[in-house]
Design a protein around this ligand. Structure first.
Ligand SMILES: [Zn+2]
Length: 260
């Protein structure tokens, strides 16, 4: 076995050559500056890399990852990333993206305590303990874990929105949008979970995370959002004469729109 990981250096050289072949100025451009529009706060899970999931090139997304995408307001690491992204890079969007089946969230649900990791996961485990009866009413283990993964994301979006860094950006009129997303490893697709926040007023109008536990958000795939957008753009005449063949959608997108 190589002690110097030569195979990774070989892969690096091959990657750099491929990049240069496709775009001779790629690395020169990268060296000059980075102007990402997005900050991604995600889980450290090795199967989820922001650039791949988003289909973005290097330089297009600023990234912070930790176990279970937890936002601790005493964590100098994430606060430094957040401050740099907001105040210097002036990203327009902060995406807090967790994933279904998260091992970190799973760890927060067990009774074993004492490792450093358990301190890190404390906000998740405390929320779970507080609402244990609600979560344990979900009989299937994977479904219970996934529900906890969703609510964790909603909680972390709220915590980002409560930082003085984000509050100050909004106070000075900086365009800054927060998003809560969840990723499914089994199909490679993102779901929009919310909340979407772009001001202190929107943040303050949010229902509490305890309310969300009792009234969960339904994740929305891109396919479903596009279908709902298409519905909302139909005229009343179109609604009276629906097309004969609506596409079959497997995630509930073909539900009739509300007319109230
Ligand atoms: Zn994870």
């Amino acid at each position: 076995m190589s002690r110097t990981l030569d195979h990774l250096f070989d892969r690096n050289v091959a990657w750099a050559h491929a990049k240069t072949d496709a775009d001779p100025h790629f690395f020169r451009r990268m060296a000059e500056q980075q102007t990402p529009r997005y900050l991604w706060i995600g889980c450290s899970d090795s199967r989820i890399t922001a650039n791949d999931v988003l289909g973005l090139e290097p330089g297009e997304v600023f990234v912070h990852r930790n176990i279970a995408n937890v936002v601790h307001t005493s964590d100098m690491n994430i606060l430094s990333v957040l401050e740099y992204a907001v105040e210097h890079l002036k990203v327009e969007h902060i995406i807090i993206c967790g994933h279904y089946g998260c091992g970190g969230v799973q760890r927060a649900l067990v009774t074993e305590r004492g490792a450093m990791l358990d301190h890190w996961l404390q906000p998740i485990s405390m929320l779970y303990r507080k609402h244990r009866a609600v979560f344990e009413a979900i009989s299937e283990h994977d479904a219970r874990l996934d529900r906890m993964c969703e609510i964790n994301i909603e909680m972390q979006v709220r915590r980002v929105a409560q930082t003085p860094i984000v509050e100050n950006a909004w106070a000075r009129g900086q365009k800054l949008n927060l998003h809560g997303w969840i990723y499914a490893i089994h199909d490679g697709l993102l779901r929009d979970l919310g909340p979407h926040l772009s001001s202190v007023a929107e943040r303050d109008a949010l229902p509490s995370i305890d309310h969300r536990v009792l009234n969960p958000n339904e994740p929305m795939s891109a396919l479903r959002r596009q279908a709902l957008d298409a519905f909302s753009s139909l005229s009343l005449d179109d609604m009276a004469s629906p097309p004969c063949c609506m596409p079959a959608l497997d995630d509930g997108a073909a539900k009739s729109p509300r007319k109230d």
